[in-house]
Design a protein around this ligand. Structure first.
Ligand SMILES: Cc1cc2nc3c(=O)[nH]c(=O)nc-3n(C[C@H](O)[C@H](O)[C@H](O)COP(=O)(O)OP(=O)(O)OC[C@H]3O[C@@H](n4cnc5c(N)ncnc54)[C@H](O)[C@@H]3O)c2cc1C
Length: 520
């Protein structure tokens, strides 16, 4: 999958595209897979890199949402649990079964969460990942030896899915390409084209060359996440704001803080939030927060009070209290929540998705969550095909294998996230021994992965490689900075760039990564 090839498809395309999708996060990518798999001529335009915004900054859970059950939103939980089961089937190399333990420090919470989680099991039906169960105090501590023992009465164990969000995004872009569709990064939509007030295309700018294109299509889909209102206002400057934005922060800690395979889930901290501590790529991700924010940005900044909140609450549940020096990385993402039209608390706003067709014919899909990205795509293309007058075709994505599909991957093989592509990367190493070297002693990544990312995964910058093709930025931000030069060297060779480019890339990356560690 090469960007030059994608750009040449725009240049050489004389006719119309069937479907143009704006936005290369979970929603846009899922919609493009849905469209391309139905045989529609599909193009997806992403202003930065795939999953640059919210879709690489999640808690990494494929879940029904135990919390939404508490809110009584059964249909949302049911749909998400179904999608969870499908995603484990369709991307088994990236999604795994994760056990969660809800620790009980009150007499009532064991039976209370025990019953709630039984309902969760029932809703999952045959796509369930394992039955939930009450645990004694001893069983709980056996599974999580670092759990605070003071006042602990027992726990409840249940199961959900866990995944790598940015890797899945890249695999979805590859799936679109495999299906004959055209996913392009670094191509920003700057305007909408209309004929008789009906939308029939977009103006787009190549962010690498500044070249501008007019791209015409039968239907245009706005899947721009937290930027949804910008596109709606391009369509109608008077459009009301659809979204409320809420920021969530996560900290990454060393595995010592949570050894073993189980995650911790605290459904209700004393100020009413949910707290997760989840093993991920041999580290632990702890979060999150729910802080209203005013504007959408590609690089949201974690607030000090959000970091303090997480550290303070993690300390309540762990024997070893994490301090700011223990934080390997801190990252923030912004949720696109559909505005209920009142001043509701953002934590209480529905996480359901929202599909709307404007008078001009612009189709907008927003809200939802990673877990339901496929269903969001299916619903969107059902509507979009009608708007475009395309021949109606059945969805096939419930059983569509995602690029890299491989069952029973060996998670000790550090290339397992690539699924079937693992073999080709190993071949690169066989051909050039040096590519088998690590990028950094504290990171699991190899030089070959940079070459692969440039050749096959449309990585264009040092950040693309360290933040989303590999997850170095999230696993150890400082180590990722220390290997930025090495990555720039390898990338420049692959993409034919000079020394000036390398220097600029390394400086840009240093500046970005500085927001991911807590300075002492
Ligand atoms: C803190 C946090 C934790 C979460 N945890 C989970 C979880 O564990 N499990 C789960 O299921 N969900 C989770 N979610 C929700 C999930 O991450 C989001 O619902 C999902 O990623 C949204 O995807 P999206 O494609 O709609 O938006 P985005 O990922 O933001 O994608 C929109 C894209 O549109 C692009 N774009 C914008 N304007 C333009 C333009 N003019 N031209 C071209 N491109 C443009 C942007 O660059 C961006 O890449 C979490 C969310 C947050 C914030």
């Amino acid at each position: 999958m090469k960007r030059e090839e994608m750009i040449s498809r725009i240049r050489n395309e004389s006719g119309m595209w069937d479907v143009i999708i704006i936005g290369g996060g979970a929603t846009g990518l899922g919609t493009a897979v849905e469209s391309a798999s139905r045989g529609y001529k599909t193009i997806l335009l992403e202003q930065h890199d795939f999953a640059k915004a919210t879709s690489s900054r999640s808690t990494k859970l494929v879940h029904g949402g135990v919390r939404y059950l508490q809110q009584g939103n059964i249909s949302l939980v049911l749909e998400a649990l179904h999608e969870r089961g499908l995603l484990i089937q369709n991307a088994p190399h990236l999604v795994r079964n994760q056990s969660f333990i809800v620790p009980n420090y009150d007499w009532w919470s064991g039976p209370f969460y025990g019953i709630g989680l039984k309902v969760y099991d029932l809703l999952a039906g045959r796509l369930g990942l394992g039955p939930s169960k009450l645990l004694s105090r001893e069983e709980t501590l056996e599974r999580i030896p670092t759990l605070e023992p003071d006042g602990l009465r027992g726990g409840v164990i249940y199961y959900d899915g866990q995944f790598d969000d940015a890797r899945l995004s890249i695999n979805l872009a590859q799936t679109i390409n495999d299906l004959g569709g055209t996913p392009i990064n670094y191509l920003k939509v700057t305007g909408l084209l209309k004929s008789n007030s009906v939308i029939n295309g977009v103006k787009a700018k190549d962010m690498e060359t500044n070249e501008e294109y007019s791209i015409y299509g039968r239907v245009i889909i706005n899947a721009t996440g937290i930027f949804t209102d910008n596109i709606l206002k391009m369509d109608d400057p008077e459009a009301r704001d659809l979204l409320t934005l809420s920021q969530g922060v996560h900290l990454v800690l060393d595995k010592d803080f949570l050894p073993g395979d189980s995650a911790i889930m605290v459904p209700h901290t004393e100020d009413g939030r949910v707290l997760f501590a989840v093993p991920w790529h041999k580290k632990v991700v702890v979060g999150t927060t729910d802080t209203p924010v005013k504007s959408a940005t590609l690089e949201p900044r974690p607030l000090l009070e959000e970091i303090d909140f997480i550290l303070e609450h993690a300390a309540k549940y762990l024997t070893k209290d994490p301090s700011p020096e223990d934080v390997l990385s801190v990252f923030a993402g912004i949720r696109p929540l559909v505005n209920p039209g009142s001043d509701e608390d953002t934590a209480a706003i529905s996480r359901d998705h929202y599909l709307v067709i404007s008078q001009s014919g612009l189709v907008t899909i927003t809200g939802g969550k990673w877990t339901t990205y496929r269903k969001m795509g299916e619903d969107t293309i059902n509507q979009a095909a009608m708007v475009a007058g395309l021949e109606q075709r059945e969805s096939i994505t419930q059983n569509l294998r995602i690029h890299g599909w491989l069952k029973n991957v060996d998670m000790d093989d550090q290339l397992y996230v690539y699924g079937t592509d693992m073999l080709a990367i190993k071949k690169l190493i066989e051909q050039t021994r040096e590519l088998g070297e690590k990028l950094h002693p504290r990171l699991p990544y190899l030089k070959a992965e940079v070459v692969w990312a440039a050749r096959q995964e449309m990585a264009r910058t040092v950040e693309d490689v360290l933040a989303r093709r590999t997850r170095a930025l999230l696993l150890d931000a400082r180590a990722s900075v220390e290997c930025a030069e090495k990555v720039a060297d390898l990338l420049a060779k692959e993409l034919n760039y000079d020394d000036n480019w390398k220097i600029k890339q390394v400086n840009n990356y240093r500046e970005l990564a500085a927001n991911y560690f807590i300075s002492s």
